[in-house]
Design a protein around this ligand. Structure first.
Ligand code: MCN
Length: 782
């Protein structure tokens, strides 16, 4: 077989993207197209007393104006699609446009449809809404207090759900030699893909077909959910999301906006487009993280962790977004024990409604929160027992011979060699050398620090049976169709929907590797429900382990049929055919061979096929994985803190990750780079801030600090390869590892640098001001 699997192949999609030839949703131009603009609430919490749209209706270019009341009977509610079991989840209606009450700044109140984008936007200013402003609450802990403003009558205490798992008891903590207690605030983040959200809808009254172009990570989920909201049969609805400019989790959700656009297109019989601007994006597109966590760790004096317990208050915002309830429960709670042999774990999560933008998945979704709390607690514990934090990790990592490993939270880690990744990273970092140098520099008044994270994550989301058991209202399998054309060129249809990750390249590598064809001879089609039978999308770093495996299974089927046809052509039995580098040989007679292309042609001509073999060369597979995959690794960061200004400089960043067999090291490394940058963004700069009235005061890129390339050194990355034993490619996901590991790594490094000042914790993001203040105050803040 060819060796294209595991090799660097340049991303084939990039020439299209970097020369401006991508077809993003906003690039769609249709004859007679109208434009939508949505009036959004300026108040975080208010009753709608009345809306006067008459002036807007008369404005030049305006075709229609809709309010919540106009639509209440004509559109369904926007649903949530994850109902964690035994969580008493409340699902108050989420109307596409608010009817009686607005619940966050940005809640949709009215929609204008006009001839141009500008006419639609201008007409918004002519709509007059009479509000009765109500008190707002933005903090989830305050929202649970008696007397807090109530968002939904269905949840009088603002608790959307309460979910628990684990076996840790008070007794374990009462008997422990050491107990470390701590409270962490995981600040709220705003995902910022390059392409904002957009939607275009076109209805054909003659056929009753609706086509919706939308910035989606999961077009089939969009079709499924939109068909329910709009009452249009699924087979009359086509969703297209081929080129999507990043998502980071925020394009999983089905939002009111695309449902509104589709409704207007059907109602008016003309295509309608809507594209959010960046300000609207900040207000309306789902945010990530936002937990308050009360933590306890129990351990022995000699560094054995016995129990970890967390009570988390997750801010869900004003409504439950599509996948939102699964993020702080299943994706967070189950992985709290991390890569360690911790016998007792307790997780207790409250999901709370507040007058803020709804939260949902943001790269890592639940796993960064779990990894952060665990890795911070391990460092605090190490400090408490005066042991090097690496040594504590060594003593608690799951040994390589204990896989598959069962956690107290019910997971089965498939495979791993955590010690190997740790020792590789320590070698790359020269950890011991750094520790010696740190002492010397401290003596000179310089404050350098090192932070280490050892992590494991749940990715490769599937199997479907587990999805059902944990309340996800969908499946988690994938489909793949491999179509070989008469000339031997190949088109692959995949149910997953990459939006920046590069599977047009890596999936072509899988095909080239299996069939022995050239990467250039393979086309990968994704993101169109009319071309692909079904798929559950791209998130949870599942595309490669799940959709890639579906592809591998379909390719095996193609290969099997091709082998039978080749045998017939070579006049030998199928068992006597060998396949290598795109040629089929008669066993022991290398001179007798036919190429894959010859076989493809014969399969299509069908003049002389073996008995019982159908014409054509095409196969489909529906693959449901046996388990999740568990990527893991060690990240190490070295920083220097300027104690006069509080500025943190990242000197080195080392990442050793294990995602099983690596298909394309360059793409995998690129994913690690992007992930690290996002993780460090949370550690040092990013954070959404609401004032007490519920106004988002970090609502533009001027106020919300995004990471810039110049803030970083060159990342030093490496992979160890521990194949997943349960999928045909031996692969695990890599798309989120950087984000999961980087945040605690950097925070641990800064706090290590500041240890001489007695600083135990700094609230993220570690801005220069916060770092400087904590130095001034010593350890008193914690
Ligand atoms: N890969 C590989 N070898 C492996 C595993 C992966 O070569 N063993 C390659 C893949 O084939 C693919 C890439 O690495 O080209 C990432 O694959 P995978 O780990 O399967 O992750 P997904 O494709 O499912 O992507 C999801 C993940 C998530 S959840 C978020 S959020 C995220 C991310 O990936 N958002 C991104 N990376 C992003 N990258 C970009 N550019 N934009 C986003 O919005």
């Amino acid at each position: 077989m060819s060796t294209v699997f595991g090799q660097v192949v340049k991303r084939r999609e990039d020439p299209r993207f970097i020369t401006g030839r991508g077809q993003y949703t906003d690039d769609v131009q249709l004859p007679g197209m109208l434009y939508a603009a949505i009036l959004r609430s300026p108040h975080a919490h208010a009753r709608i007393i009345g809306i006067d749209v008459e002036a807007a209706k008369r404005a030049p270019g305006v075709v229609a104006v809709y309010t919540g009341r106009d639509l209440a009977e004509r559109m369904g509610s926007v649903p949530t699609a994850w109902i964690p079991p035994e969580s008493d989840l409340k699902t108050p209606p989420h109307r596409a446009l608010a009817v009686d009450k607005v619940r966050y700044v940005g809640d949709g109140v009215a929609m204008v449809i006009a001839d141009t984008r500008y006419a639609a936007r201008d007409a918004l200013d002519l709509i007059s809404v009479q509000y009765e402003v109500l008190p707002a609450v933005v903090n989830q802990v305050e929202a649970m207090e008696n007397g807090a403003p109530v968002l939904h009558a269905e949840a009088p205490d603002n608790v959307a759900f309460h979910w628990q798992i684990g076996n840790a008891t008070d007794e374990v903590f009462a008997q422990a030699e050491v107990v470390v207690r701590h409270t962490i605030r995981q600040q709220r983040l705003v995902p910022n893909p390059m392409e904002p959200r957009a939607s275009v809808a076109q209805y054909n009254p003659a056929t009753g077909e609706l086509t919706v172009w939308v910035t989606s990570q999961n077009p089939h989920i969009h079709r499924f959910v939109l068909s329910g909201i709009l009452g249009i049969p699924e087979h009359r609805l086509r969703v297209v999301a081929t080129d999507v400019g990043g998502g980071f989790g925020a394009k999983i959700a089905v939002y009111p906006d695309e449902a509104l656009v589709a409704f207007a297109a059907m109602d008016l019989g003309r295509p309608v487009k809507w594209t959010e601007d960046r300000r609207e994006h900040f207000l309306v597109t789902t945010h990530g993280r936002d937990h308050v966590e009360e933590l306890e760790l129990a351990g022995t004096r000699d560094g054995r962790i016995q129990a970890i317990r967390v009570r988390a208050y997750a801010n869900m915002g004003a409504y439950l977004s599509t996948a939102a309830p699964g993020v702080p429960t299943i994706l967070f709670g189950l992985i709290v024990p991390g890569p360690y042999t911790i016998p007792y774990v307790g997780v207790d999560v409250y999901g709370v409604f507040t007058n803020t933008t709804p939260t949902d998945a943001y790269r890592g979704a639940g796993r960064p929160e779990a990894t952060y709390l665990l890795e911070r607690m391990v460092d605090l514990y190490a400090r408490e027992i005066r042991m090097d934090p690496v040594e504590v990790r060594r003593r608690n990592l799951i040994p390589a011979d204990e896989f598959p490993y069962h956690t107290p939270t019910g997971l089965e880690y498939d495979s791993g060699n955590y010690h190997l990744a740790l020792s590789r990273a320590l070698d790359m970092a020269d950890y011991d050398g750094f520790r010696r140098k740190q002492q010397e520099l401290r003596a000179q008044g310089r404050h350098v620090g090192v932070g280490v994270t050892t992590y494991v994550e749940i990715c490769g989301l599937g199997p479907s049976q587990v999805a059902g058991a944990v309340g996800f209202q969908g499946g988690l399998w994938e489909s793949s169709t491999v179509r070989v054309h008469p000339t031997g060129k190949v088109t692959v249809f995949t149910g997953s929907s990459p939006h920046g990750q590069g599977e047009e390249t890596t999936f072509a590598q899988i095909v080239a590797d299996k069939l022995g064809v050239l990467v250039e001879d393979v086309e990968v089609v994704h993101g169109d429900t009319a071309r692909i039978s079904m798929g559950w999308g791209t998130y949870g770093s599942r595309t490669t382990p799940v959709a890639g495996s579906a592809l591998a299974v379909a390719l095996d089927r193609v290969l099997e049929k091709a082998r039978r046809i080749a045998a017939h052509m070579l006049e030998v039995s199928a068992e006597d055919v060998e396949c290598e580098d795109g040629r089929f040989y008669a066993k022991g007679a290398k001179s007798r061979s036919v190429s894959f292309q010859d076989v493809a042609l014969q399969a299509h001509l069908a003049w002389n096929l073996p008995q019982g073999v159908e014409p054509s060369l095409e196969a489909q597979a529906f693959y449901d994985p046996a388990n999740f995959t568990y990527s893991f690794g060690t990240h190490i960061c070295m920083v220097e803190v300027d104690t006069d200004t509080g500025d943190v400089r990242i000197d080195r960043y080392i990442a050793v990750d294990d995602c099983g067999r690596v298909i394309n090291p360059m793409i995998a490394e690129g994913q690690v780079h992007g992930g690290i940058v996002q993780g460090i963004g949370q550690a040092l700069w990013e954070g959404a801030v609401y004032d007490e009235q519920g106004q988002l005061v970090t609502g533009t890129l001027m106020d919300y600090a995004m990471p810039k390339a110049r803030f970083f050194p060159n990342f030093e990355t490496a992979f160890t390869e521990t194949p997943s034993p349960h999928n045909p490619l031996g692969v695990k996901g890599i798309g989120e590892t950087g984000t999961i590991a980087a945040t605690p790594t950097v925070v641990n490094a800064v706090l290590d640098a500041l240890a001489p000042f007695g600083v135990r914790e700094i609230q993220m993001p570690l801005t220069p001001e916060r770092v400087w203040r904590s130095i001034q105050e010593g350890g008193q803040r914690s």
